[in-house]
Design a protein around this ligand. Structure first.
Ligand code: GAL
Length: 684
């Protein structure tokens, strides 16, 4: 796959709007839509995402009229269009003509029509039709002056990210041939001498359907890689058509935050603009902490370039077991959090709340009560507020901390059933490490294990199960040049074909970390051991390791209970001008906070004393101005110390030495750009 030059989005201010489904309404509703959109400050809408059957009711017979009419109305109202290629879901006539296009699950059952995304990503018929529809859309609307962005498909992999059907199996074999060349290569890679799995013909290879016992881990890992690539091919296929016909219009597909099934580094590399759909659960008081890491990934996927929050909810969703609404003010702070994290848009699913279908109980900008609905009042106020924030458009987030996000390690450490413990979960581990940095007051960018690390003082590697020498070299050179690397448990265990590194973990990271892992030591459920760090005991649920430190490595923390009592748990090794830490245990928040506090001090970075997850602050900068966002994600008011003399973009006021942030309160403080971004703290 090639990385293409990034085409800019032709919007001068922050985008505001949402998914728009005019084909679910009679045309007499459209004028009211437009009037209320203008009133709310909407300047961008996404359509027609799921409308293929309404656009091509019969094979080859198109009905463009309704789309022509609504696009014209939007254009005349000054509302720009994120035009979907309408390929998110196939029409029934296509599926009934080609039933082999329906996806199949791991048990061999076909999934039926009646929801959405009922397609096998590898199906040649689907691909051919997707290309045909994309071409038809591009030819018809590529010159439309309102179209500023192509919205390809919708949330790839949301419902169908893996398919185990015979067509997928054929595609999987081709993918494996490309990867391994010949059957010997494949047999060697998959370690087939274990449990008698030698293949003598390519045709004998299947997708890893349900088998009598645990599957071959490398086959499972390759299937994860293949499945991500299969959807990436589908994405590339549409991009190629669009670049041919509309070379100047940027392309995107909306991501689903930190989504396990697709390697978003690969997807972002082929598109122009990263867009994300974010649905933090209002029932979870620290959902915003998870969102912060997701946004740290979104801005990192294209090297810090602003991204767009393309979907979010004005209040409740309708796909959770219990869909708690957002309290008054909560949607605003959620939205401004995304802006703080580098989004140049606040967009929603969806503009007008549906009257029927699967999503009629999903909140929208315009609720069932129309302009009298609370969500409309609140989104309209937000639309006005975003206009006051137009200066932040195009600015970039400043972060000193990188956190390695590596899909191979995520898949490898979770796809197999035969692991030391199923309780070591890549995402939990990454989220816990990020949460500790959030508590200490630092935003975190995602980064690849090979860097680039130039922007960072600290690089966190919560888990790198699959590690190679290029990653080890990049991390080592970062440390030697003065960086601090912190590596988590179960790292450097295997190579890309899941073969254990010679001498065991941490494999290629052994010299950098100055430790050797003798044995992984997971705990059974309900057993929590203790680890001491800086004289305090911390809970160590789930996982420990028997490690030996080599002579130049300092032991900074030890196991304090259980079989590992007295053995090293947390180590630090000086490396050039920097250092490399190893945290062999899974620790509670307090334990991670204590370790990271020391790492930050070593790196010369500030840290908060008072740990309140509700308080978040981070800075977007232009060449001459720092815009520091202060967000209160909770209901209790907070008092924070701020730089005096800053201009609050929202109130227009000039700050004194402290600022009161009410329930769900937000301030955006402009100050002249400084070498280090302002670091705001809570007043206690
Ligand atoms: C997204 C999807 C939208 C809508 C939304 C509801 O996953 O892209 O079409 O279904 O969820 O939250």
């Amino acid at each position: 796959m090639t990385t293409h030059h990034t085409r800019p989005l032709r919007l001068e201010s922050l985008a505001f709007g949402g998914d728009y489904n005019p084909d679910q309404w009679s045309e007499d509703v459209w004028d009211e839509d437009i009037r209320l959109m203008i009133d709310a400050g909407v300047n961008l809408v996404s359509l027609p995402i799921f409308s293929w059957p309404q656009l091509e009711p019969e094979p080859g017979v198109f009905d463009w009229g309704w789309l022509d009419r609504i696009l014209a109305k939007l254009w005349h109202a000054g509302i720009r269009i994120d035009l979907a290629t309408a390929t998110a879901t196939p029409p029934s006539w296509l599926l009934r003509a080609h039933p082999e296009m329906l996806p199949m699950d791991a048990e061999g059952h076909r999934l039926e029509f009646g929801s959405r995304q009922a397609y096998c990503p590898s199906s040649p018929v689907w691909r051919e039709n997707v290309a045909r529809m994309t071409r038809a859309m591009a030819e018809r609307y590529g010159d439309h002056p309102g179209v500023v962005l192509w919205h390809i498909s919708n949330e790839y992999g949301d419902h169908t990210s893996r398919c185990w059907c015979p067509v997928s199996a054929r595609h999987f074999r081709r993918w494996l041939k490309d990867r391994y060349g010949d059957l010997n290569g494949l047999n060697e890679a998959w370690g087939v001498n274990v449990w008698g799995q030698r293949y003598t013909s390519w045709d004998h290879i299947e997708t890893p359907r349900r088998a009598p016992g645990p599957g071959n881990p490398t086959q499972l890992l390759d299937f994860e890689r293949f499945s991500s690539d299969a959807l990436l091919e589908l994405f590339q296929l549409e991009i190629d058509v669009l670049r041919e016909i509309t070379p100047d219009i940027p392309v995107t597909t909306n991501f689903m935050s930190m989504f396990r099934d697709l390697d978003y580094w690969d997807f972002a590399a082929v598109e122009d603009i990263v867009t994300d759909d974010a649905y933090p659960d209002p029932a979870d008081p620290i959902a915003h902490v998870g969102a912060a890491l997701n946004y740290g990934l979104m801005r990192a996927l294209k090297g810090g370039q602003p991204w767009l929050l393309l979907e979010s909810s004005a209040s409740g969703t309708s796909w959770r077991d219990v869909n708690v609404p957002k309290a008054p003010g909560e949607m605003r702070v959620d939205s401004l959090q995304a802006v703080a994290h580098g989004s140049d848009a606040v967009m929603f699913f969806q503009w007008r709340q549906a009257k029927y279908g699967q999503e009629k109980f999903h909140s929208s900008m315009l609720g069932h009560r129309g302009e009298r609905s609370r969500t409309y009042r609140e989104t309209r106020e937000l639309g006005r507020e975003l206009q006051q924030l137009r200066e932040v458009h195009g600015t970039r987030v400043r972060s000193r901390i990188g956190l390695v996000v590596d899909w191979d390690s995520w898949w490898g450490s979770t796809a197999a059933e035969s692991l030391p413990s199923q309780r070591l979960n890549w995402a939990h581990q990454a989220r816990a490490w990020h949460r500790a940095m959030h508590l200490l007051g630092h935003p975190v960018d995602a980064v690849r294990a090979t860097g680039p690390f130039d922007e960072y003082d600290v690089v966190l590697v919560p888990n790198l199960y699959i590690a190679d020498s290029a990653q080890a070299a990049a991390l080592t050179s970062f440390a030697e040049q003065g960086g601090r690397v912190v590596v988590g448990p179960f790292s450097g265990v295997v190579d890309a074909t899941e073969k254990v590194h010679d001498g065991g973990a941490p494999g290629p990271l052994r010299d950098l970390l100055g430790i050797e892992v003798d044995e992984h030591w997971p705990h059974t459920d309900g057993v929590t051991e203790q680890v001491t760090f800086a004289d305090a005991a911390h809970d160590n649920p789930f996982w420990g390791e028997w490690i030996d430190a080599t002579d130049k490595t300092e032991v900074r923390g030890c196991y304090a209970s259980g079989e590992l009592e007295g053995l090293p748990a947390i180590t630090r090794r000086a490396a050039g001008d920097g250092s490399a830490w190893y945290v062999s245990a899974i620790l509670d928040d307090a334990g991670l906070v204590a370790i990271f506090r020391d790492v930050l001090a070593e790196a010369g970075l500030p840290a908060r004393d008072s740990l309140n997850p509700d308080f978040e602050s981070l800075t977007r900068s232009s060449a001459d101005t720092d815009y520091t966002f202060a967000l209160n994600h909770g209901r209790e008011p907070l008092t924070i110390d701020v730089p005096p003399g800053a201009r609050d973009l929202i109130t227009g006021a000039t700050t004194g030495a402290s600022l009161e942030l009410g329930r769900f309160g937000v301030a955006v403080l402009a100050t002249p750009r400084a070498d280090q971004a302002p670091f705001l703290t809570l007043r206690v």
